[in-house]
Every structure is written in structure tokens, then in C-alpha cells.
Design a protein around this ligand. Structure first.
Ligand code: FAD
Ligand code: MLT
Ligand code: ZN
Length: 470
């Protein structure tokens, strides 16, 4: 086996000296994950500029049987983009592969390289009067390649689906270094196995995504946003039904927040204020939008008035300007940041059928109240998709160690309950390193067997993101 210096010299020949980082201070930000759960080491960080360079690096790793860890914006929650502690894996950052290759306004499609930051794709679409609907709190730093590799969800799934639903074509380097050019921009294409779908959600274990052709929509011309107070999650599910019936496809977001989310964000995030003057147990942030010029505020107001008549809501504030709308969204999007600033937290990214949300919340909350010491439930999320961030925050920094020590029992109880409700232990954040054991416990043996067979067929030497997902 070649020594590390010899390997680094070969790597420099593949991507250029400026495309290889080896010094501690340069590599450090790439070697720790967003949640600070994992700190890895790496042979080097490679920063290719072209697909050809990516292909050369992957082929070279395969030849030397070196583990390769792809990394996008490094905002993932499951440690998927962090190398292990051996120092023998190569970290491949896609950040310099960041060109928008084409936008076709007539075809409603955009082709972006994997390292394009999500917000830059949204902006490129907007400049041509088009709309790219993927939207997450991390959109200023996560990348399209990472979004596809994790099949990201976010704030507009109730209308547009997850990253997979927004994808028309993909370009990827397979584990043997071959480039798969699947950059089609077709809406219909039934020619065998859907390889692009296989790469979506594969978290860097089946290849390196280098570019994608994504669906666009017409630019939105009208929107209406409301911050609605409710007594119970049951009423949230009923309100969702009313909104869907009366606003149809115009409903683009339906987010659930508990009272504590308001308390955390107003306390820890500067400029965030409570949209309502009275405190209520639950809230929904909902938005209607349309590409046509439509009186959506009236429609939303009327729908909420109908819901109020049926006693489904307690209070509501409508966004009267873009500034107020942005303030509502800032409150929602900074909940994770506020939770982080408040101290330690345990995260559970789960989903259940939408209709089961109230029963799940009720049963799981009772369990938390009865069994968790020094913690408070912060249960929020994408209720329109049945996806909850069923998180628990430590309430006392001095006792954070004993709080965190309960993690295995808490995770087990919550995930067992999710299984009882026929839900998912990872609704949108993926598996990575964090939930590998959970996948093994909750996935069907048949599904796991098929996944392992696919992995073995495409990556027989096991070089792609070893120790992640499977
Ligand atoms: P990374 O973290 O760099 O990588 C994630 C995984 O993808 C790793 O396994 C990595 O190896 C692999 N990967 C990355 N790029 C490639 C590539 N080009 N080819 C192959 N594999 C690759 N997620 C949601 O789904 N919904 C949310 O609402 C949401 N909100 C968030 C809010 C905040 C404040 C933060 C910090 C995170 C949030 N996330 C959310 C999680 C995270 O932003 C997403 O998972 C995102 O899609 C990760 O993209 P990334 O570029 O940062 O990927
Ligand atoms: C969100 O929806 O805010 C994130 O997916 C959850 C999180 O950041 O914890
Ligand atoms: Zn989320």
C-alpha cells in the first residue's frame, strides 16, 4: 500500500496542486459535521473543478481501494458527509463544480452542477421569470448535489414534492470512474430502470452526482401567508383538509409550530417577534401561491373564516406585506438555530400518515413527559407532509450530560412508536452514519437485501462513502 505522501502527490497530478488541501487549518471545516456529532480525518480534501477531474479521482480511489466521501454544503444532519477517523478516506468537495450550465425557459428546466448552492439555483430561475420550489432553512449553503443525494424535503413539499420529484435528469460518476450522462430534460421517459432515482437519496454511496437537470415552474405572481393559532394538532389536520378543499393546488406550505418554538426563537434569534399578541398552544404557518394574478389574500381570509366558524382555529395573523411574510418565515426557519443556541437537543426526523399526526403527537408527548428528565419537547415541522421534527431540548446546560445520556432509550421509544404508526424514522434528513443501526432495525429485511445487492453491483470494492447508510 502506498504511503500517504505518495498518494497525495498522485492526487495533485489529477486535480492540480490548488485542488488538494492537506493542512489541518484548511481541511478542518470539511471534517466536522453540521451538528458537531462527528469529527473525522482525511487523507486529503480534493476540490475538482470539472466532471473529468471528478471521474479521474473516483477511478483513482477505486484503483487504490480508498474510501471516498462526497461533500456538498456540509449541512446534512446525519454525519453522511464526514469521513471516518482512520485518516485513509478522501473527502471530495463539490463546491468548485458550481456552474449553471443551462436554463431553458420554454422547457421549464435548469441544468446545474452539483456544487451550485440551492439559493443560487432559485435566483437563476427567478431571473428568467421561473420558479424552483425546493426551499430549506439551509438554502444559503446546501448544494444541489447534496439536496439530491439526501432527497431533501423542506417547506414546499406539500405542493411540489421532494427533491426526487423535481428531477428530470442526472449526470454522475459511478464508483468505477465512468461518467453516467443522464442529463435528459424529458417529462416522459420509460426506458428501463430509473437510474437517476436510484442515485437520489443514496447519500454518496452509489456514485458522485456531478450535475442535474431540474424542473422549473412559472414565477409566482401572487401569494398569501398566515400565521394561525390552534388549540390542538387535530385541528391542524382538519384545517389542512379545509385549505386543500378550498385552495386546491395553491396551498404550497403547511408548517406546524408549538408554543415553545415561539419562545425559543423570540429569545435566541434577534428581530424575531410573536406574530400574535396572545400565547396559544399550537400554530400553523401556511402559504398559498399562484403564478396567476389572483386575490389569494381574500381566498385565504375566507378559508380561515370558514375554519373559524367550525371552531378549528383560535386566532390568525395575515401577512400584509412582504416584510411581514418574511418575518413569519424567519420565525419558522430559525427554529433549529434557536434550539441549537438554547443548548443540547435530541432530534427525531420522523413521518407518519398525515391523519395519524394528532394521535402520534399525543402518545409520544405523554411518553416524553413521563420518561425524559431535564428535557422539553420541541415538536414542529412539515405537517402537510406528515413530517415532524420531534426534537427534545435540554433545559439545563449544567445537566446536559445526563440529559444526553438518555438518548438511546428516547430514540428507541420514539422510533418504536413511529413503527407502530407505520411511519418513517427518517422523513427527510437521510440515514448517514447516525441512523445506520436504526435502518437495520426498522427496514424490512427484503428491502435491506435489495439495497445491499444494488450497492454490491455498482460498488463491488465498497469505496463510495463507506460506513454510511448500509
Ligand atoms: P452534505 O451535508 O454535504 O451531504 C449530505 C449527504 O449527501 C452526504 O452523505 C454526502 O456524502 C452526500 N453528497 C453530498 N453531495 C453529493 C454529491 N454531489 N454526490 C453524491 N453524494 C453527495 N433538510 C431537509 O430535507 N429539509 C429541511 O427542511 C432542512 N432544513 C434544514 C435547516 C437547517 C438550518 C440545516 C442546517 C439543515 C437542514 N436540512 C434540511 C438538512 C440539510 O440541509 C439537507 O439534508 C441538505 O439536502 C444537505 O445538502 P448539503 O449540500 O449540505 O449536503
Ligand atoms: C427544519 O425543517 O427546520 C429542519 O429540517 C429541521 C432541523 O433543522 O432540525
Ligand atoms: Zn425539516
Amino acid at each position: 500500500m502506498k504511503d500517504d505522501d505518495a498518494l497525495r502527490t498522485e492526487l495533485r497530478a489529477l486535480v492540480g496542486a490548488d485542488g488538494v488541501l492537506t493542512e489541518g487549518a484548511d481541511t478542518a471545516p470539511f471534517l466536522v459535521d453540521e451538528r458537531r456529532l462527528y469529527r473525522g480525518r482525511a487523507l486529503a480534501v480534493a476540490l475538482p473543478r470539472t466532471v473529468e477531474q471528478v471521474a479521474r479521482v473516483v477511478g483513482w480511489c477505486n484503483e487504490h481501494r480508498l474510501g471516498l466521501v462526497p461533500q456538498g454544503g456540509n449541512t446534512g444532519y446525519c454525519g453522511g458527509a464526514t469521513p471516518d477517523e482512520s485518516g485513509r478516506q478522501l473527502l471530495l468537495s463539490l463546491r468548485r463544480l458550481n456552474r449553471i450550465r443551462a436554463i431553458d425557459a420554454d422547457n421549464f428546466s435548469i441544468t446545474a452542477e452539483a456544487g451550485c448552492v440551492l439559493a443560487s439555483v432559485q435566483q437563476a430561475a427567478d431571473a428568467l421569470e421561473r420558479f424552483f420550489p425546493l426551499s430549506l432553512g439551509s438554502e444559503g449553503s446546501c448544494q444541489i448535489g447534496g439536496n439530491l443525494a439526501t432527497n431533501a424535503g423542506g417547506l414546499n413539499v406539500v405542493r411540489y414534492g421532494m427533491a426526487r420529484d423535481l428531477l428530470l435528469g442526472i449526470e454522475a460518476v459511478l464508483p468505477d470512474g465512468q461518467v453516467f450522462d443522464g442529463l435528459k430534460s424529458l417529462r416522459k421517459d420509460n426506458t428501463g430502470y430509473d437510474l437517476k432515482s436510484l442515485l437520489v437519496g443514496s447519500e454518496g454511496t452509489l456514485g458522485v452526482i456531478t450535475a442535474a437537470t431540474l424542473k422549473l415552474w412559472p414565477k409566482m405572481r401572487s401569494s398569501a401567508t398566515a400565521f394561525v393559532a390552534l388549540a390542538t394538532p387535530e385541528n391542524a389536520v382538519k384545517l389542512l383538509g379545509v385549505l386543500r378543499a378550498q385552495a386546491g393546488e395553491r396551498l404550497s406550505s403547511f408548517e406546524l409550530l408549538p408554543r415553545i418554538a415561539i419562545e425559543l426563537t423570540t429569545r435566541y434569534i434577534s428581530g424575531v417577534t410573536d406574530p400574535l399578541t396572545t400565547a396559544y398552544p399550537w400554530y400553523i404557518l401556511c402559504e398559498l401561491s399562484s403564478a396567476a394574478d389572483e386575490p389569494l389574500s381574500e381566498l385565504l381570509q375566507q378559508t380561515l373564516a370558514d375554519a373559524a366558524e367550525r371552531s378549528l382555529l383560535l386566532d390568525a395573523a395575515l401577512a400584509t406585506s412582504e416584510r411581514v411574510r418574511a418575518a413569519f418565515w424567519r420565525l419558522r426557519e430559525t427554529v433549529p438555530e434557536a434550539q441549537r443556541l438554547a443548548g443540547s437537543s435530541l432530534k427525531h426526523d420522523i413521518s407518519v400518515p398525515v391523519a395519524s399526526l394528532p394521535a402520534f403527537i399525543s402518545e409520544a408527548s405523554l411518553w416524553v413527559q413521563a420518561h425524559v428528565r431535564d428535557g422539553v419537547l420541541v415538536c414542529y415541522g412539515h405537517a402537510g407532509d406528515g413530517n415532524l421534527h420531534f426534537n427534545i431540548s435540554g433545559i439545563d446546560r449544567a445537566r446536559s450530560e445526563t440529559f444526553l445520556a438518555q438518548e438511546p432509550q428516547i430514540r428507541r421509544a420514539i422510533h418504536d412508536l413511529v413503527a407502530k404508526f407505520a411511519g418513517s424514522i427518517s422523513a427527510e434528513h437521510g440515514i448517514g452514519r447516525l441512523k445506520r443501526e436504526e435502518l437495520r432495525r426498522y427496514a424490512s429485511p427484503v428491502a435491506l437485501g435489495a439495497m445491499r445487492a444494488i450497492k454490491q453491483a455498482l460498488d463491488p470494492n465498497g469505496i463510495m462513502n463507506p460506513g454510511k447508510l448500509l
